[in-house]
Design a protein around this ligand. Structure first.
Ligand SMILES: NC(=O)C1=CN([C@@H]2O[C@H](COP(=O)(O)OP(=O)(O)OC[C@H]3O[C@@H](n4cnc5c(N)ncnc54)[C@H](OP(=O)(O)O)[C@@H]3O)[C@@H](O)[C@H]2O)C=CC1
Ligand SMILES: CC[C@](O)(C(C)=O)C(=O)O
Ligand SMILES: [Mg+2]
Ligand SMILES: [Mg+2]
Length: 407
C-alpha cells in the first residue's frame, strides 16, 4: 500500500469509527476474523440449543478459547417474554443502579428501586423519575417484592445490608451482583451466600454513566458475566439475558474471582490510579523545566484525551502510532519498554495486594466510615486543586465548542 492509499484508508476508518454501534461491533468482529484468522478463530458455537446463535467460543489469542455471548440472541420481544414474570429490584442507586435501572426500565422490564429514604440516592432516584410507592421503595420493601434482587449497593455496605433483609425476601430466587467482591472475599466482607438461590454476576466494564449513555446511543458496553451458584439450572441463560437487558452489547464469560481481581487491579492502574500518577509526573517535570502551565497541560492531558487516545480506542495502538510523525513514533517505540520495565514491579505489587485481600480490607475500612463521602470529596477536591487540573479546567473552557457556549 503506498502512503496516499494508506492515509486515505486511515481517514476513512477514523470517519466511520464513531458510528459503530453493536451491529458495527459485530461487523468488525467478523472483519477481524476474516483479516486475522489466527487472532479470532471461531472454534465452536453453542452449548445450549437456546443460545446456539448467541454463544461463541473465540480464540482472541490462539490456543486460548473464550466464551462470548451476543446481544443479537436476545431481541427485545424475546427478552420481555423471558422476564415477564420477574420483578427486578435494584438495591442501591449509585452509578450502576442509575445506568442499569433506567436501561431495564426502557427495555420494558418490571423494575423497582430500593434505597434508604434519608440518603443521597433517594433524591437521585426521584430526579430520574422513579416514583415512591410505585417503583421506588425502601430497601426492605423492594427486597420483599424482588424475584431477582440486584445488589448494587456500595461494596462496603452490601454484606451488612443484605444480612438485614435476607430473611424477608420470600420471592427472591436470584441474587445478582455487578462485582465479584462479596463472594470472592466472603472472609473479609462477611457476606453470607444463601444456598437456595442462583447467584450471578454481570459487571459492565465501564462506569454506570456510560452504561446509560451507550444504551441511549443504541450502542452497548462490554460486560463480564459469571455464575457462582446455579440452583435453577438456568443461571447462565438468565445472566446472559440480564446482561443484554441492562444494556451490554457483548458478554464475556468469567468467574467471580477473576472478575474482581482484574477489576480492582485495572481501576487502580491504567484506568484511574495509573493515569493520574503518570499525567501528574509528566506535568510536574515539564513545569520544573520551565514550561508554561498551558503547554504542560496541552502536552500531557489535552492532546492525550482529545487526539491520541481516541485513535487508540477506535483502531488500536499501532494505528495511533501510524497517525503520528516518524519522529514521535521513533521515540515512543524506544521509550515504551522503559516505561514497561519501570511500571511492572509496581503492577506486580498491586496485583498481589488485590489477591491477598489488602485492597479489599482497605476498601471496606474506608467505605464503612460514616464520613466516607466527605472524606472522598476532600481527596478528589485536592486533585481538582492541583495546578494541572485547574489549568485543565481553563483549557477545556477554551475548546471552541465550549468557548462558543460561554463555559
Ligand atoms: N461505579 C461503576 O460504574 C461500577 C460499579 N460496579 C459495581 O457495582 C456495584 C454498585 O456500585 P456503584 O453503583 O458505583 O455504587 P456505590 O459504590 O457508589 O454505592 C452507592 C450506593 O450504595 C448505597 N449505600 C452505601 N452505604 C449504604 C448503607 N450503609 N446502607 C444502605 N445503602 C448504602 C448508597 O445509598 P445512599 O445514597 O443512601 O448512601 C448508594 O445507593 C458495586 O459492586 C461496584 O463495585 C461495577 C462496575 C462499574
Ligand atoms: C473503573 C472503575 C470501576 O471498576 C468501573 C467503572 O468499571 C468501578 O468500580 O467503578
Ligand atoms: Mg470496580
Ligand atoms: Mg470495573
Amino acid at each position: 500500500m503506498n502512503a496516499n492509499v494508506a492515509r486515505t484508508a486511515l481517514r476513512a476508518a477514523t470517519r466511520s469509527a464513531p458510528r459503530r454501534g453493536a451491529a458495527g461491533a459485530a461487523r468488525s468482529l467478523s472483519i477481524a476474523a476474516t483479516a486475522r484468522p489466527s487472532l479470532t478463530k471461531m472454534v465452536s458455537a453453542a452449548a445450549k440449543p437456546s443460545l446456539a446463535r448467541g454463544l461463541k467460543t473465540i480464540e482472541f489469542t490462539e490456543g486460548i478459547p473464550e466464551k462470548v455471548y451476543e446481544r443479537e440472541d436476545w431481541p427485545l420481544e424475546k427478552l420481555q417474554d423471558y422476564f415477564k414474570n420477574e420483578t427486578f429490584a435494584i438495591l442501591g442507586y449509585g452509578s450502576q443502579g442509575h445506568g442499569q435501572g433506567l436501561n431495564l426500565r426502557d427495555n420494558g422490564m418490571n423494575v423497582i428501586v430500593g434505597v434508604r429514604k434519608d440518603g443521597a440516592s433517594w433524591q437521585e432516584a426521584l430526579d430520574d423519575g422513579w416514583q415512591p410507592g410505585k417503583n421506588l421503595f425502601s430497601i426492605e420493601e423492594a427486597a420483599e417484592k424482588a424475584t431477582i434482587a440486584m445488589l448494587l449497593l456500595s461494596d462496603a455496605a452490601c454484606a451488612k445490608v443484605y444480612d438485614g433483609i435476607k430473611d424477608k425476601m420470600p420471592n427472591t430466587h436470584t441474587l445478582y451482583f455487578s462485582h465479584g467482591f462479596q463472594i470472592t472475599y466472603q472472609k473479609e466482607t462477611g457476606f453470607q451466600a444463601p444456598k437456595d438461590k442462583d447467584i450471578i454476576l454481570c459487571a459492565p466494564k465501564g462506569s454506570g454513566r456510560t452504561v446509560r449513555s451507550l444504551f441511549l446511543e443504541s450502542r452497548g458496553i462490554n460486560g463480564s458475566i459469571a455464575v457462582f451458584q446455579d440452583v435453577s439450572g438456568n443461571a447462565f441463560e438468565k445472566v446472559s439475558a440480564m446482561g443484554v437487558a441492562v444494556g451490554c452489547g457483548y458478554l464475556y464469560e468469567t468467574t467471580f474471582e477473576r472478575e474482581v481481581y482484574s477489576d480492582l487491579y485495572g481501576e487502580r492502574a491504567c484506568l484511574m490510579g495509573g493515569i493520574q500518577g503518570l499525567f501528574k509526573a509528566q506535568y510536574d517535570v515539564l513545569r520544573a523545566n520551565g514550561h508554561s502551565p498551558s503547554e504542560a497541560f496541552n502536552e500531557t492531558c489535552e492532546e492525550a484525551l482529545q487526539s491520541l487516545y481516541p485513535l487508540v480506542g477506535a483502531n488500536g495502538m499501532d494505528y495511533m502510532y501510524k497517525a503520528c510523525s516518524t519522529t514521535a513514533r521513533r521515540g515512543a517505540l524506544d521509550w515504551a519498554p522503559e516505561f514497561e520495565k519501570a511500571c511492572k514491579p509496581v503492577l506486580e505489587k498491586l496485583y498481589e495486594s488485590v489477591r491477598n485481600g489488602s485492597e479489599t480490607r482497605r476498601a471496606l475500612e474506608f467505605g464503612n466510615r460514616k464520613t466516607y463521602r466527605q472524606d472522598f470529596d476532600k481527596e478528589t477536591d485536592a486533585i481538582a486543586a492541583q495546578e494541572m487540573w485547574k489549568v485543565g479546567h481553563k483549557v477545556r473552557a477554551l475548546r471552541p465548542e465550549n468557548a462558543a457556549k460561554g463555559l
